[in-house]
Design a protein around this ligand. Sequence first.
Ligand code: GRF
Length: 203
Amino acid sequence: KRTVVLISGRGSNMTALIAAAGDPAYPAEIVGVISDRANAAGLGIAAARGIATKVITRADHASKDAHDAAIEAALVTFGAELVALAGYMRILGGRFVEKWKGRMVNIHPALLPAFKGLDTHARALRAGMRIHGCTVHFVTPDMDDGPIIAQAAVPVMIGDNEDTLAARVLKAEHRLYPLALGLVAEGKARMEGGHTVFAHFVD
Ligand code: GRF
């Protein structure tokens, strides 16, 4: 499945998806990367791997709707069948989300539905969690709220700070995201009636 990755920054999850898609047997192909920030480090990484990149900033568009429409147009140009949000730090509008319903996924650095939003690692530490992790989910209009496709848990270690915990979760993200996108690209996980439906494995 032709997949476009949306980023805003570092792009380490994008890099993990590109690496997975380097295997011809992987069911998704990364055909483009779109960033809303011109200085996103991930843009250079994608370009170095021969992936087409496009910068579409909010500032260059008169309204949020016009920004979403520009992203939609770029996705059409790329021939995208799936969209993977990977550290994309903007909320996409309802119309856009509806159009990509069941075909757009996101990775969130917490075990949803706990710790939606930002600063998940600091909040998990403050809450005294002994387990933390990451989630890949289908994107729905409410932020970090869509049906869960896959999760990975990591232990919170005694003496962890935000950085050590974030690093442990990030490693798990890089394994989880290729796995989850693969399930969606193969049709083994799909969104139906607001839930994730998993294919049965018969043999
Ligand atoms: C990741 O922790 C991701 O879960 C969150 O933002 C971070 C992006 O990191 N949504 P990167 O750009 O993939 O390195």
